[in-house]
Design a binder for this molecule. Sequence first.
Ligand code: GAP
Length: 446
Amino acid sequence: MATLPAPVTMDKLVSLCKRRGFVFQSSEIYGGFNGVWDHGPLGAELRNNIKRAWWEDYVYKRTDIVGLDSAILANPAVWRASGHLENFTDPLVECRNCHNRFRADQIDLTRNCTVCGKFDWTDIKQFNTMFKTFVGPVEEDASVAYLRPETCQAIFVNFRLVQGAMRKKLPFGIAQIGKAFRNEITTGNFIFRLRELEQMELEYFVRPDQADAAFEELLGINVEWLVNHGVRRSKLDLYEHPDGARAHYSRRTVDIMYDFPFGKSELQGVANRGDFDLTQHAKASGRDLDYFDDETKEKVTPYVIEPSIGVDRASLVFMLEAYYEEADKEGVRTVMRFHPRLAPVKAAVLPLVKKDPALVALSHEVFASLRGDMLVLYDESGAVGRRYRRQDEIGTPFCITVDSQTLEDRTVTIRERDTMEQVRFSMDGIRDEIERRLRLPWLRPD
Ligand code: GAP
């Protein structure tokens, strides 16, 4: 069956996301809220699966990485010491005529305003993109606090506490998944650039002389993680940030770029932050954040290698990579070929007819046996072909059909999403069989 040549467009994906409950505009009934999106039932599931896969691979499968779950708010001293109060800025320019604001590095200031067509720019000023709030009942300068713009600072601030509690020796890492907030001047491209986002960050602490090797190794591991979960290698690229254009903390940064429908853009950053953060926090807090080597009796200020990826951006890429359209005899079959580990719904139970009470009872028995550790759907409405298509469109790897033969021999059919092959299997062993299939290595059909 030929795959249609038409590539996935953002419009197609956005429409599927809304229709099938992946992503909704925040506060949609009030006209939305710029740069903020809500995740529907299937989007919540996809994100949980991405986060679980990341955590299992980086924390559970390794002995040298531990987890942390820190607060979104922190003492503002953290952001002074980290350099965010001074440096976490974007260049802002305003059109004096229509008062629209733009990131000065994203538009051509020798040309007229793209909104109103006039040429009347203000000077560029640096705009700090941290969200401010007040802690306690009084709105005064002394009570200002910030929503974290990246999750990693709490890792640095807690470095000695984590290292001591878990008795880790260099090299070791601390991983964290959590919300971050950025008051981006311009947002857009769906869930690509957000004001409320979630990050999966690993801070890997090494002796300074091991930093270059650790950087190369972690860069490779992170690219492979994406490829192993269904991202085509041909859609990825590496971008080395040149000297003078890196973030204030970085000694080296390589972005893992993805070829989005709107152009190549950063999916993930990998940075060598050197000892910048630990040194800054030690200086500002007056506390010793060095690592003490019990064997050699030496003190080391570790360097840190940081792979950092947004959950939202990762889910956008996994959805774009999953989206297929195929011609079939009824028109176009849309299939979300998610890696089974990431697929929001793992299986669907479909009774062939809904009017036969014995068959329906068996279907409910199969459904009950599968539920508990994974999301399983039950669908009895419409022709079975239609129901298969509905499941294909949300990427359900397995459909289990209960038919008249089930009444005779307690077997059901398992229909596989990518090949559409069907095999009969005993309904009594169905849960183990689906779990076994979900764990099998998976390769993109193309
Ligand atoms: N701690 C390092 C750090 O935060 P970053 O390059 O600013 O580095 C890391 O962000 C990752 O977080 C990006 O590669 C991207 O996946 C995600 N990210 C950053 N800003 C984002 C935004 N406004 N919306 C969605 N994702 C974002």
